[in-house]
Ligand binder design. Structure first.
Ligand SMILES: *Cc1c(COP(=O)(O)O)cnc(C)c1O
Length: 467
């Protein structure tokens, strides 16, 4: 054992050997140093535990190659690109919406140079950061006023805090939803200081339920998009126009948390059932909140549109400073919203919209191309087939709606890793690839794969199977 320990190289000697590895050229030196130390500590532990007993296991060239792989993996930035082959377009775990090129460029430009973020160039004096998106949001939604904050959770929180703190907000029991990632309407309300007044039954709420609950303590009528869940069967919900009528009769503001908040009417492409922001505004909602990075296809943001008196009060709330939107987001959001001025352009240029509206024919073609590539690269290891399947929008929009797609399924042939084993191996490839498993097959959905990612999928699968 002592002899084996003596074969271990010194840290500095390994560092010198790694000096020419291209993948480590840009890695911060302290990280490379730590990686080498960790690698050598690992070898020491292996010797001590009897996992290394043969001096040939410590041959210098082999050690250098192993250490280089270890160091490359250890020195990678933690935040990384992944390949999304799940077919879920707005995948919260994988970064939700990809940005349009125009939005990416705008964000980069906002970072690279100084900007008029809070400077009114016409007046030559201090301006408002919100000015960059207010007019376009008013134009696109028809609302009187607009405000943007960090995310929709913040939008809901600050709206409730401004309008209903210490007083009651009336919500239908069927809308007291948890969105995932710990956003629960009752808890957000509690944090805002608004007192939750639930009305109706889980499956049915009537206008009279709201009417009966209204008292001098009532501050707000709130409607919440149920997002990723649906009540089906014997159900009744009070529509936004009905709620607005009740609000008007009692001089109470009506707020709708739309969640995903699309500016595009998807009904025309066979995706009915999601209200647009424009419809909510036209129905007379006083405040409408929605996310920037769900179906809208922009950066993470919370958008509030509605009546000027309420939006202005929310803007002035000191909490607004704590949920303030940053300049990269503002730049990307303005660029995204500008694309919506021409719906055709929006559909083409905004990746989220393009992926949601991709035609079944185009997806089938892409699946066949991917299958052809993989049939070659995985020959003898997996049976590769293009099969009809379903993708999802994600982000709580169109929860019960499958989007028809063609998937590429990989079924292991004798000796190849099982779908579960393949899934694990694909988590440590560069880049990692996330797919789905159904039965005995690993599935790749082309909907969320860019055209230039098909060959990458083949390469990554090769890497997974070699490792
Ligand atoms: C997603 C969602 C939220 C939270 O929005 P974020 O932008 O993720 O903060 C709030 N309400 C509803 C109904 C949602 O669907």
């Amino acid at each position: 054992m002592q002899n084996l320990f003596r074969l271990l190289p010194a840290v500095d000697a390994v560092l010198a050997d790694l000096a020419d590895i291209p993948d480590l050229a840009d890695a911060p030196r302290p990280l490379v140093h730590d990686a080498v130390t960790d690698f050598l500590d690992g070898l020491r532990a292996d010797i001590k535990a009897g996992r290394i007993t043969d001096p040939t296991q410590l041959a210098p060239e082999a050690l250098t190659a192993q250490c280089a792989r270890f160091a490359v993996a250890a020195c990678r930035p933690h935040f990384r690109r992944v390949v999304n082959a799940t077919g879920v377009v707005v995948h919260t775990n994988l970064g939700r919406s990809l940005l349009a090129d125009a939005a990416i460029d705008a964000a980069a430009a906002a970072c690279r140079r100084y900007s008029n973020l809070e400077f009114d160039l016409a007046a030559g004096e201090r301006g408002s950061r919100y000015s960059h998106v207010v007019d376009i949001l008013r134009k696109l939604t028809g609302a009187e006023a607009a405000l943007v904050v960090n995310n929709n959770a913040a939008a809901v929180l600050i709206a409730l805090e401004t309008l209903a703190k210490g007083r009651e907000a009336i919500v239908s029991r069927g809308q007291l939803v948890e969105i995932g990632g710990s956003f629960r309407i009752p808890e957000v309300m509690a944090k805002s200081g608004a007192i939750l007044r639930e009305v109706g039954a889980t499956n049915r709420t009537h206008p009279r339920d709201y009417e009966n609950a209204i008292s001098e303590d009532t501050a707000l009528l709130l409607k919440v998009h149920a997002s990723n869940y649906r009540i089906i069967g014997f159900t009744k919900e009070v529509s936004l126009p009905e709620l607005v009528a009740i609000g008007r009769a009692h001089d109470l503001p009506v707020m709708e948390d739309l969640g995903s908040g699309n500016l595009t009417d998807f009904a025309g492409i066979g995706l009915p059932g999601e209200p647009t922001v424009q419809q909510a505004v036209a129905s007379g909602a006083d405040i409408v909140t929605f996310s920037g990075d769900k179906v809208l296809g922009g950066p993470q943001a919370g958008i509030l549109v509605g009546k000027a008196q309420y939006i202005e009060a929310i803007r002035k709330n000191p909490l607004n400073r704590a949920v303030r939107i940053d300049k990269m987001t503002l730049a990307a959001l303005e660029a995204t919203l500008r694309l919506y001025l021409d719906p055709q352009t929006a559909r083409k240029e905004i990746p989220t919209l393009a992926m949601i509206t991709a035609s079944p024919e185009a997806l089938a073609k892409k699946a066949r191309r991917l299958a052809a590539i993989l049939k070659k690269s995985l020959a003898g290891r997996y049976a590769v087939k293009a099969l009809p399947g379903a993708s999802r929008v994600g982000g709580g929009a169109f929860p019960e709606h499958d989007l028809p797609t063609t998937q590429v399924s990989l079924t292991p042939l004798a000796g190849a890793p099982s779908p579960d084993a393949l899934r694990e191996r694909l988590l440590v490839t560069d880049p990692p690839l996330i797919g789905r498993i159904e039965g005995d097959a690993f599935l790749l959905d082309p909907r969320t794969l860019a055209d230039d990612e098909l060959k990458l999928v083949a390469r990554v699968l090769d890497e997974a199977l070699a490792g």
